[in-house]
Design a protein around this ligand. Structure first.
Ligand code: ATP
Ligand code: MG
Length: 287
């Protein structure tokens, strides 16, 4: 429905990411509202743009109620890539955590359910998200959480596109939500992990735990979250501290997601059957 960038009028800035600005825009022809993500593309040559174009085609084909819809992609002569996305009025889960500090287990279970359904859909298409974190989980006007930015991270991460970015070249310089096998493939068997689906499950587990404790959960609140501290916490951290008062179901769910050995980690299908989320149906999944 969006035919040209020129039809879109910028109304406000929704947020900034690494190398991107997201605007709220109106299509002046239909008066529909969208979010427009503009990626600056300085260093890259034609090959990356070519790759990006291919990825963008995949992006447009993805259609699920659990994934933020990407309606169109445009390239400007200034070298920007513009994604016309579904506008998510509630902002990101990261914003929600800043406001509410922590969420109740009931709400978290619904969020976890929707994330799992989104991952089930993407994995079914053989797509690894690769960048699950609170700022990439967006909330619509009905309070429903959807997964955003899959593929986008691969587009801007490397020019190779086929595989995953590895831990050290994350575009925003944090590995906070990355799995052990991605941060340290040699030690944690990441090299044999041909597909990387288990990495998305790990990231989901970090997010779910963060929702209950109210801050990044793998290192202490006072600790400086630098590279070394994060890598130690992800790869070497022995015992997972569970928040006091967390239910047995919550503990067991998070433990299964945050199993360091990806071969023993719960799969998306197994986790959808887990008692923490299996009572939830699509109709009841808005918090
Ligand atoms: P990164 O650069 O690592 O992706 P990020 O996810 O914070 O970090 P962006 O994806 O550029 O950066 O998004 C910036 C912010 O814009 C988000 O945190 C969110 O608040 C807002 N935003 C992004 N997409 C949408 C959308 N479709 N609807 C509403 N707000 C959005
Ligand atoms: Mg993002």
């Amino acid at each position: 429905d969006v035919e040209s960038l020129a039809d879109l009028k910028k109304l406000s800035v929704l947020g900034h990411g690494n190398g991107a600005t997201v605007y709220k825009v109106r299509n002046q022809k239909s008066s529909s509202i969208y979010a427009l993500k503009v990626l600056r593309f300085d260093q890259n040559a034609g090959s990356i743009r070519h790759q990006a174009a291919r990825e963008a085609e995949i992006l447009k084909r993805v259609d699920s109620e659990f994934i933020v819809k990407c309606h169109a992609v445009f390239y400007t002569i200034e070298g920007e890539i513009c994604f016309v996305m579904e506008h998510m009025e509630g902002g990101s889960l990261s914003d929600a955590l800043n406001v509410h500090e922590t969420l109740s287990e009931d709400v978290i279970a619904r969020v976890a359910y929707r994330m799992l359904k989104g991952l089930q859909y993407l994995h079914g298409l053989r797509i690894v998200h690769g960048d699950i974190k609170p700022s990439n989980l967006l909330i619509n006007g009905k309070g429903e959480v959807k997964i955003a930015d899959f593929g986008v991270s691969r587009i801007i991460g490397t020019g190779t596109g086929t595989g995953m970015r590895n831990g050290m070249d994350s575009n925003d310089g944090t590995c906070a939500y990355m799995s052990p096998e991605r941060v340290d493939p040699e030690r944690w068997g990441g090299d044999n992990n041909a597909d990387g689906f288990a990495g998305d499950v790990w990231s989901l587990g970090v997010v779910v735990l963060e929702c209950l404790v109210g801050h990044y959960p793998l290192i202490g609140m006072g600790e400086k979250p630098d590279w070394a501290a994060l890598i130690c916490a992800i790869c070497l951290g022995e015992r997972l501290e569970m928040p006091e008062g967390a239910s047995m179901e919550f503990r067991s769910f998070v433990r299964s997601c945050l199993e360091k050995d990806w071969k023993k980690r719960g799969t998306v299908e197994q986790l959808l059957a887990h008692p923490f989320v299996n009572k939830i149906s699509p109709e009841s999944s808005s918090p």
